[in-house]
Design a protein around this ligand. Sequence first.
Ligand code: BES
Ligand code: MN
Ligand code: ZN
Length: 486
Amino acid sequence: MLAVVLAEATTDSPIASGADTVVVGVFEGEDVAHEMPGGTLGALLDSGEARREFKRLAVTHADGTRVILIGLGNRAKLDGERARVAAAVAHGRAREIGASTLCWEVPHHVDDDVVEGLVQGTLLHAYRYERYKPSKASRRVGRLLLSAHHDVSEPVRVARIVTEAQNRARDLGNTPANDLAPSALAAYAEETAGRHGLGFSALDEEAIRGAGMGAFAAVAQGSVESARLIRLEYDGTSGEGPLIGLIGKAVTFDTGGISLKPAGTMHEMKFDMCGGAAVIEALAALAELQLPVRVLGLVGATENMPGGRAVKPGDIVRASDGTTIEVNNTDAEGRLVLADCIAQAKRDGAERLVDLATLTGGVVVALGSTYAGMMSNDDTWASEVEAAAEQSGELVWRMPLHREYAEMLKGRYAQIINSTTKREATALTAAEFLHNFAGEVPWAHLDIAGTAYDVRRPYFAHRGATGFGVRLLVELARAGAQPAGV
Ligand code: BES
Ligand code: MN
Ligand code: ZN
């Protein structure tokens, strides 16, 4: 499914690397670091055909090799995100002109973030979802080399592992619901766990109900597909450091249930499992990187369907922590699933929580596809998540929790309702709903409804699932890794 690009570091010069196409960047106010024989690159810049402005491209030949000269703009502004964008633009042209091995000349005096960004931007841009529609195009960049005077193999390795995980999360997101039922997602997670040495177990629907998870079970009961609570465990520390609980919403299809969604864009609700996909692939990446952290992943996988047995508006259910919930709106199903997953993570001893969920249309209205919404009960944990978001380029914008939002969820017949009658602050009341279950444990809720698919960034050439959250979660783990680690 992936357009696989092998990424490797080399200390050979780009020309000596054996690549058929070389990418050379040039900053404003500077000349190329290594001129080609005959002064080709300088001449191209002088003629105005090649430019130093960010993303400007020119193609030439020198020394028997194709050279893509790309403007990198202001040197001080080149960060991971600009590197991803530059790499995506260069890869697009490279593919167009039939490159098969591409070699980036890593600019001098840039840090590892830029090297990682170049790898990420290339691999993300090369991604295509071809499971049902194999592309006829034979043109494909098969290999990416990063050439630098010093050894960049470590940032290349890290970026390759993380981006491959992100692309696998995109595959999961793009897979239609008929081929990714909760049982199939659990089977995938089990296979992933086997490959990476993660602990794995799963509860089926009967076991979910049997464990008293009445909120999760209420969503699941409308579908003929059996739900799964997927558990993945990774310990790279032999027991030290806080246990981080990562919780993902994986509604493999959200029709809205009896509170049925309109038909127009309902097909997009195959993406309602993207939070869960990010959690599964983040754990896979952590294990592959052997990071010294302790992580528990819980993924709530179910369909949300209308049907003769489906939960009805007004039904009252009991979550596994004893909270009674009146289900006013069966389309506010994600929070029901997450409620029991969060309660379970706490019972399992998680000391920090992050949940990822395509939870509300409200967050899309507020933040579009640029930022995920973040709500948190703990300023320290929130700033750690914010820092990881900034570092990874998967941005979050903190939004408020407030007692008044919580009060809007007070129930008349049960302790709480799952949806307020007026469509006010839906992303925030959804977060307050979850807050009931997180309680005092440091917790950050990421509403990724706007960032999980159809994001306008140059490296997401393939619209559809973005794999949002994989990079952020890995950065969070890297930052929190115990000393002696990476
Ligand atoms: N999965 C949806 C949220 C969603 C909407 C994701 C648009 C991606 C794009 C969620 O289950 C949902 O239906 N939320 C409702 C909640 C409402 C009933 C309180 C919403 O936001 O409309
Ligand atoms: Mn819904
Ligand atoms: Zn949903």
